[in-house]
Ligand binder design. Structure first.
Ligand code: SAM
Ligand code: SF4
Length: 318
């Protein structure tokens, strides 16, 4: 079992399988994109599988593939199949912007993805384009319909709420999620290096207040091993992830692995621990000791209230 020095059990890893993306969301990347890592620096599927074999032997049970946009990495299904064969990994989930979902839904299902989270910040075509700079919301909506029709269960929608941009759309997005029988989670915008100075932040308390004007929100003990606070609404749940207004660090159960092989013990601190060299040497003892060290380096709390995050979420697997 992996336990940090504050007694938290770490059994979940988020892996950024690529730092590339087909969108340029205003809260994640600058318009011109960021300098991507050379392909030689990016972990191969074999590297990732070796990492996960060791991590699962130490106590990691759940994996989320994220990015960048995980569906732009070539043959991502192959990686999923490889992870499926690792003893001890009970669940493989995916976080995607949904633009390629329609095309990839069957192959992801066949490869064995258990659950999918889709990011969707607006239902309005123009606004969606403004936020993502490159995307077409119709692609995402078609993707969501497809995975619903195929019978994927427990699909979640993630919405980053930004003041003056999409905070007027929260009820519409909530009603859309309810109509799709999907859970929606509203995420507070976290300031990063790439948009320092912009003031998108709006507290989830304000979003809750707005929703309560129309719906009854019943506090729920339901949680899916994560930072979200859940409320029952109709026959579903709405979640609020509030890293800034409501610190959830005491429930943290995760570490992250960047696409170039650095373990990130906390999203809100600059600690990066190189595991790539040990993976490339296939040095099992060294890999195990690096994973344990990374867990021991988890800080008690993030520092997002003091400082902007120093990297794009696309690098860290936000
Ligand atoms: N490309 C995929 C996507 O957009 O779902 C996966 C990677 S993306 C970095 C993962 C999640 O991080 C998305 O839900 C995105 O909205 C969120 N995210 C990115 N930058 C953020 C920020 N500055 N504040 C809050 N959430 C952010
Ligand atoms: Fe790409 Fe996801 Fe970042 Fe948007 S949030 S730019 S889709 S990685």
């Amino acid at each position: 079992m992996l336990k940090d020095k504050f007694g938290r059990i770490i059994n979940y890893i988020r892996i950024s399988v690529t730092d590339r993306c087909n969108l340029r969301c205003i809260y994640c990347m600058p318009e011109e994109g960021i300098k991507f890592k050379d392909m030689g620096e990016i972990l191969t599927y074999e590297d990732i599988v070796l990492f996960l074999e060791r991590a699962s032997s130490l106590g990691i049970k759940k994996v989320r593939l994220t990015g960048g946009e995980p569906l732009v990495r070539r043959d991502i299904e192959k990686l999923i199949e490889m992870i499926k064969n690792i003893e001890g990994i009970r669940e493989i989930c995916l976080t995607t912007n949904g633009t390629l979902l329609k095309k990839k839904a069957y192959s992801l299902y066949n490869a064995g993805i258990n659950r999918i989270t889709v990011s969707l910040d607006s239902l309005d075509e123009r606004k969606y384009r403004y936020i993502t700079r490159l995307g077409n919301v119709k692609d995402v909506l078609e993707g969501l319909k497809k995975i619903k029709d195929m019978g994927f269960k427990h699909t979640k929608i993630n919405t980053v709420v930004m003041k003056g941009i999409n905070d007027d759309e929260t009820i519409k997005l909530l009603e859309f999620a309810l109509s799709m029988d999907m859970e929606i989670r509203f995420i507070e915008y976290m300031p990063t290096k790439y948009d320092r100075g912009r003031n998108y932040f709006i507290s989830n308390e304000e979003i809750k207040k707005k929703i309560k004007e129309k719906y009854q929100l019943e506090i729920s003990s339901y949680h899916s091993n994560g930072p979200a606070e859940y409320f029952k609404i109709k026959n579903n749940f709405v979640g609020f992830i509030s890293p800034l207004s409501k610190n959830f660090c005491k429930y943290c159960n995760r570490i992250r692995l960047s696409s170039d092989g650095f373990i990130i013990p906390c999203l809100g601190h600059d600690i990066r621990i190189n595991v790539r060299d040990a993976l490339r040497k296939q040095n099992i003892e060294e890999i195990d000791s690096i994973i344990k060290h990374a867990v021991s380096m988890k800080p008690k709390q993030h520092a997002m209230l003091r400082e902007s995050i120093s990297e794009s979420m696309s690098y860290m697997g936000g």
